[in-house]
Design a binder for this molecule. Structure first.
Ligand code: ADP
Length: 163
């Protein structure tokens, strides 16, 4: 039986922290679906299509092959079931993440009749304060995002600002 997992998030934009989680999850599964959520944020930095394209470009650049990227809106456990996945991957940075993540786990585990479990990978120390929202804050102040995101994403941010 293939080990299939989903890694959901907003990925607006994908950061070094997300990339680290994906790289470390790869050897644990035969296939991973990165799922870009179609959230209803008032001011997204990138459209859902742009985010999907950026994640794909980052994976290609990192030579990661067993990962697919799709967008989705709805319950992630339902998406997981549709892909025959049994595991949701999430990253944990601080205790703040833990509280939020525990709640998400209980919903996904309970609503899926205990068929979809969640595993947590702890953020590497260097990524612990990196988040898509802080990257967006740096962008809003015209700051340098290069320490926090893959080069492709940094370039996409610069192109967007130049428009
Ligand atoms: P963010 O929390 O950055 O706004 P997402 O909602 O896309 O981003 O997060 C998707 C998942 O990735 C969550 O489980 C989140 O905890 C995890 N994650 C986000 N940033 C990092 C990071 N720097 N290191 C490890 N995991 C992270």
């Amino acid at each position: 039986m293939k080990r299939i997992a989903v890694y959901p998030g907003s990925f607006d934009p994908i950061t070094n922290g997300h990339m680290d989680i994906i790289k470390r999850a790869c050897p644990l599964f035969d296939k991973i679906y990165v799922v870009v959520s179609k959230n209803f944020e008032k001011q997204p930095l990138f459209s859902v299509e742009e985010r999907v394209a950026l994640v794909k470009a980052c994976l290609k650049e990192a030579n990661i092959e067993n990962v697919e990227v799709e967008s989705f809106s709805g319950f992630i456990y339902e998406y997981a079931k549709s892909k025959n996945a049994t595991t949701i991957i999430r990253g944990l940075r601080t205790t703040n993440d833990f509280v939020k993540e525990y709640s998400l786990f209980t919903y996904n585990y309970g609503l899926s009749n205990k068929t979809i479990d969640t595993i947590f990978l702890c953020a590497e120390l260097e990524n612990i304060f990196t988040s898509s929202s802080t990257v967006k804050e740096v962008v809003s102040f015209n700051g340098d995002t290069s320490p926090y995101v893959p080069k492709i994403v940094d370039e996409a941010i610069k192109n967007k600002k130049a428009k």
